[in-house]
Design a binder for this molecule. Sequence first.
Ligand code: SAM
Length: 214
Amino acid sequence: MEPKTLSVQDFYEKVWGEYADPQHHPITAEGLSVQTRVVARRIREAKPRRVLDLGCGPEPVVRVGSAPLMVAADLVFDMLLHIKETRGGAATCLDARTLPFRDGCFDFLWCGLLIDHIQSPGEWIQELFRVLSPGATMGMACWRRANLPADRYPEDSRMCYTTAVGEELSVESFPTWEAALRILVEKDAGMELESFTIVPDDYVLQIAWIRIPP
Ligand SMILES: C[S@@+](CC[C@H](N)C(=O)[O-])C[C@H]1O[C@@H](n2cnc3c(N)ncnc32)[C@H](O)[C@@H]1O
């Protein structure tokens, strides 16, 4: 049966409650655990004061209390309410493509597995740069597309997903990582890349780190 196609917002409104559940989505859960460890290490090194976890999903990987201000931000309002109730901290419902923040107000930005939902990363990454202060650290994560099972990522424009109750869904997902890297490295020629194999031959988590020039 053809999967039901949803907008990005409708998709995550439907699945956020099960997204990080290790029973249903062990790969996602393991990816989140790796992100949590890697981001915590960068925060310890950079000692930021104002952190944004953009496209945070139901389990923000940045811990409340790891910096004086940590803002979890996402499209999905009910999910953010749940985050507020269970973890506390600041939460903002927004569209990442137009950030409701003033220039230069964050000194650490984490963006996990959001880039493939952004069809044109050029303008969007400039918007990310806008809210970062001089010397800020920015990290981004994305699955390595070439390794992903082709039936789950057909036509290089969609991701297929099976819900916990067996419903087949499809949502826009684009191969925008390489284009994003070209923009990031222009900002910081010292860009660092890390990669973590979550499922051998299939799911490899790629992470890029840059520092905004001081
Ligand atoms: C694949 S999940 C990633 C969640 C978590 N960061 C992780 O790494 O597992 C993508 C998240 O980005 C959010 N998202 C997608 N497009 C967005 C947009 N334009 N603005 C804000 N959030 C967005 C979704 O609602 C979802 O929670």
